[in-house]
Ligand binder design. Structure first.
Ligand SMILES: C[S@@+](CC[C@H](N)C(=O)[O-])C[C@H]1O[C@@H](n2cnc3c(N)ncnc32)[C@H](O)[C@@H]1O
Length: 471
């Protein structure tokens, strides 16, 4: 790791003149973690600018990224350990010192950085940001270093036999309500829940979608040095590097898209319908990932996609993502089916309702989101989900198909929403067994008719899919 001075950030924040030399990668991680906590920033949005500002590339940028994402993912466990090591609630430590200690504790417990380097570099960081707390930081980190992470968990977590949710929450750094929701969606299987929590703390893979009709996935895999995906016929797994630098992504032949998202959009396109099949609707389209895949498939089948998005800036993203494809973007509220002239009822042959949700199925990608989401978010979200699904059911013609999709496995957002929306809408529907339109032989799809994908089973985000046919 380069040991160069990271004075710029400290200077901008007006700290004392005799600044210590702080490793730039660690300082960048500190700036990102602090921005997430101080400004409610998103790590994936602030970090790239911080890295560029600091002139960090290659291994240094990768190290700063690991420190940032790792610290945010493991925050719950790190805070419990820091509270014990400091002898006071971590929430009562000055925010800059607290964030520096979190990054130091992450290095001590989850990386190969030697303990003396983790401690001394964090003390330097605290000196730069925390004004006079160096003795305290040194003592706390030396205490943290007295055990490895398993040792701390066995000291601090409630026993698995007595309080499994509390144990898993502390051991794998997820809020208890999320552990409970995952465990319920996994039928109470605690060992599977554990595997899921472990997977959530890993760096997620980058999946590309090879746009049908534009590039063959095997050719794309060769071109980008990746491998074809295990399940989606369009997926390519990227080994590393920045996907934005790839020619295939720049020229629109390929896009970054989780394989689970590809599978659920493709399932809607592949499920058989009797009669006309030229009018497709995507009722919640922004930023346009699934509209893009549906648009490319529609182009091959003489169909046309209407892509609806309520937020203006996201509607623009959909237009960008579907340029050159038979997709019409409508910047309006999807619940207006039947009253908005361009959204007539009983009109569409295939309808996708990829509803706004808690996003608990993609915690790997958004390291801070598990700490931001609250159970109280569910009530407004599930109401919107029900209204959008009811609108999707109204939009489908008799015999037409509706796919309800969430990037959350929370059963309130999945099974409960589907059952309630179908019941309250008064639109007659039958379930189609979604397993029959996913790739043959795909394991771990459960008993149907709905399908729940999982990071630990399929390597995808935890996408839920219900397929309904209007009767
Ligand atoms: C889960 S995202 C959809 C992701 C998208 N299908 C993709 O694959 O890129 C849900 C989207 O629905 C939009 N949305 C929320 N309420 C809506 C409404 N009433 N009508 C239409 N779109 C809505 C949100 O702005 C958000 O862009």
């Amino acid at each position: 790791m380069r040991d160069t001075a990271a004075r710029g950030g400290a200077e901008r924040r007006g700290s004392r003149p005799s600044r210590p030399v702080v490793d730039r990668a660690r300082y960048a991680a500190y700036e990102a973690v602090a921005a997430v906590h101080r400004d409610d920033a998103y790590a994936n949005l602030v970090l790239p600018a911080i890295l560029t500002d600091a002139g960090l590339f290659g291994r240094d940028a990768a190290f700063a990224t690991e420190l940032t994402y790792g610290t945010l993912r493991h925050l719950g466990t790190l805070d419990a350990i820091l509270t014990a090591a400091a002898g006071r609630d971590v929430q009562r430590i000055d925010p800059p010192v607290r964030d520096a200690l979190r990054i130091g504790a992450y290095q001590l417990l989850h990386t190969r950085v030697p303990a003396h380097a983790a401690v001394s570099s964090t003390v330097d960081l605290v000196r730069a940001v925390g004004q006079g707390a160096t003795g305290f930081a040194n003592a706390v980190l030396r205490e943290v270093a007295t055990h490895d992470v398993d040792g701390w968990v066995s000291r601090l977590a409630p026993p698995m036999g007595e309080d499994p949710i509390g144990h898993l929450s502390l051991a794998y750094s997820h809020p208890q309500w999320i552990v409970r929701a995952f465990n319920e969606a996994l039928d109470g299987d605690l060992s599977e829940t554990t595997r899921l929590l472990i997977e959530d703390n890993e760096r997620p893979p980058v999946h590309l979608v090879a746009r049908p009709g534009l590039v063959d996935p095997v050719d794309l895999a060769d071109e980008v040095g990746g491998v074809p995906g295990a399940f989606s016929p369009y997926a390519v797994y990227l080994a590393g590097g920045a996907p934005g630098d790839l020619a295939a992504v720049a020229d629109g032949r390929a896009h970054v898209q989780d394989e689970g998202s590809q599978l659920v959009a493709d399932a809607l396109a592949q499920a058989p319908v009797d009669g006309p099949d030229g009018r497709w609707l995507d009722l919640c389209a922004g930023p346009g990932g699934k509209s893009g895949l549906l648009g490319a498939l529609a182009a091959q089948r003489d169909a046309r996609v209407t892509a609806v998005e309520v937020a203006e800036h996201r509607a623009r993203l959909v237009a960008n993502a579907t340029r050159g494809l038979p997709v019409t973007v409508l910047n309006t509220d999807g619940r207006l089916v039947g009253t908005e002239t361009k959204l007539p009822a009983e009109h569409f042959d295939r309808v996708l309702v990829d509803a706004p949700c808690t996003g608990l199925g993609s915690l790997r990608r958004r390291p801070e989101s598990r700490w931001r989401r609250q159970p109280s978010d569910l009530s407004a979200l599930t109401r919107l989900q029900r209204e959008l699904l009811a609108a999707g059911l109204r939009a489908a013609r008799p015999g037409g198909l509706v796919a309800y999709v969430t990037c959350s496995p929370h059963t309130v957002e999945t099974h409960v929403t589907v059952t309630e929306a179908a019941r309250r809408s008064g639109v007659p529907v039958d379930f189609v067994d979604a397993r029959t339109v996913l790739p043959a032989g795909m394991p771990g799809l459960g008993e149907g008719p709905t399908v729940q994908l999982w990071p630990h089973r399929h390597g995808t985000d935890a996408m839920f899919l219900a397929l309904l046919r209007r009767t």
